[in-house]
Design a protein around this ligand. Structure first.
Ligand code: NAG
Length: 400
């Protein structure tokens, strides 16, 4: 009897009149209490269902703006799962650890490992190096833009070796005009070069070095990348697009942009360096839009994953980003050219963080002078093409 009268946590007050005389009144009261509880629960439910999305939308406004194509429900689901994992952190500390990157900090003083001997065309010199590529043997391939050559700097070497070009500025097959990007086709043992000033993409085989080929012509190439299947991606500065090419293609396949220049999510302004990840997502640094956009496979527009808040030096801004590389955790490292710093962003961040530099333009070891490119070696050390200082800086990973 008692237990039947208890609704919720509030016991029904003992009332002899009630219990002895009028069971139906009791039942009615009981029912009303039940109804009342349900109304309360209903109200709470309504309030929660209204406030939770509002809170989430408020905190995630920027994400939603960036992910404007994604249905809001999906975004909320993502947010909710984030909230859940945050609240369970205490019970499950691994949630925290999971999001903490392994490679976190680098020494702030760089070591010059290539160039740094003034600008010139000797083998220990560079002129405005731009893109760098570190191969499996720890050799650094450098697009030595001002010297119209690609130079390979073996590990711990005092000078480089010209592996492509180096025959003066020109249009012959063995010449370049301001090459600004280089990547390696491991399978074919070839290097792919963005021969910017000659409006073409070149291929040199690393072994022979005697048979350079025009891989793509009539393209205002600004960046080249290769995916795990050997497809070549090229950013086109004149057509505001990225195309994917395979051997023998005459037009390639449009994979990003191609909707004239602009700042809409389906457009580019100054598309330059490209990175393609394992899922075939294409990351593009846009010098004109001061942002990095990411185009998932077959997407019709990109999402902004870094910057996109106008040109400036705020932590939420970039100023003419150039070199860019994405690690296995999806962290995006950016040569923030005009800000003379290297930034790191993760997708969804409102602000980036400074990795190295950011101490004004200069040639001290803690400074950069308009960084153009960057890469990592297998140990996680960071390398930066410090364009204006005609040197490549190495920043050792701090082991914690
Ligand atoms: C993000 O960056 C902006 C601009 O630099 C700054 O005003 C703001 O405080 C930063 N927010 C956080 C959470 O660090």
């Amino acid at each position: 009897m008692m237990s039947r009268n208890q609704i919720g946590s509030e016991p029904v007050t003992s009332n002899s009149q009630q219990t002895s005389t009028d069971q139906s009144t009791l039942l009615r009261k009981c029912f009303e209490k039940k109804k009342f509880s349900w109304i309360i629960i209903g109200i709470i439910f309504v309030i929660l269902s209204v406030t939770i999305p509002i809170v989430i939308i408020k905190t995630k406004t920027i994400n939603i703006t960036k992910l404007s194509t994604a249905p809001i429900e999906t975004t909320n689901m993502i947010s909710l799962s984030t909230v859940t994992s945050e609240t369970t952190t205490a019970d499950n500390p691994t949630t925290e650890v999971k999001s903490k990157p392994k490679y976190n900090k680098w020494k702030q003083y760089g070591i010059t490992i290539a160039g740094g001997n003034g600008n010139g065309d000797q083998l220990n010199q560079l002129i405005i190096p731009s893109k760098i590529y570190i191969d499996d043997n720890q050799a650094i391939l450098i697009a030595d833009t001002g010297n119209h050559r690609i130079i390979e700097w073996k590990y711990n070497s005092n000078n480089g070796e010209v592996i492509a070009g180096g025959n003066g500025q020109g249009k012959n097959l063995d010449q370049f005009e301001r090459p600004n990007d280089v990547t390696v086709d491991k399978e074919k043992n070839a290097i792919i070069i963005c021969d910017h000033g000659n409006y073409r993409v070149m291929r040199w085989f690393r072994q022979s070095r005697t048979n350079p080929q025009i891989f793509i012509s009539n393209i205002y190439c600004n960046g080249v990348a290769i995916d795990k299947d050997g497809f070549i991606y090229v950013s086109d500065h004149a057509k505001y697009e990225v195309r994917r090419w395979k051997e023998g293609d005459t037009v390639g396949t449009l994979v990003a942009g191609g909707n004239s220049n602009g700042e809409h999510l389906d457009q580019f302004e100054g598309p330059s360096i490209i990175f393609v990840d394992k899922e075939y997502s294409i990351y593009v640094s846009e010098t004109g839009n001061n942002r990095i956009s990411k185009w998932k496979k077959d997407a019709k527009e990109g999402i902004v994953v870094a910057g996109g808040n106008g040109r400036g030096s705020g932590l939420n801004q970039l100023a003419q980003p150039l070199g860019m590389i994405v690690d296995n955790l999806g962290q995006i490292f950016i040569a923030d050219f005009l800000n003379c710093r290297i930034m790191r962003w993760s997708e969804g961040d409102t602000n980036g963080s400074v990795v190295v530099g950011g101490n004004g333009a200069g040639n001290e070891r803690y400074q950069l002078n308009y960084p153009t490119g960057l890469s990592f070696d297998v140990e996680g050390n960071l390398y930066v093409a410090d364009g204006g200082n005609h040197r490549i800086q190495k920043y050792e990973l701090c082991i914690e």
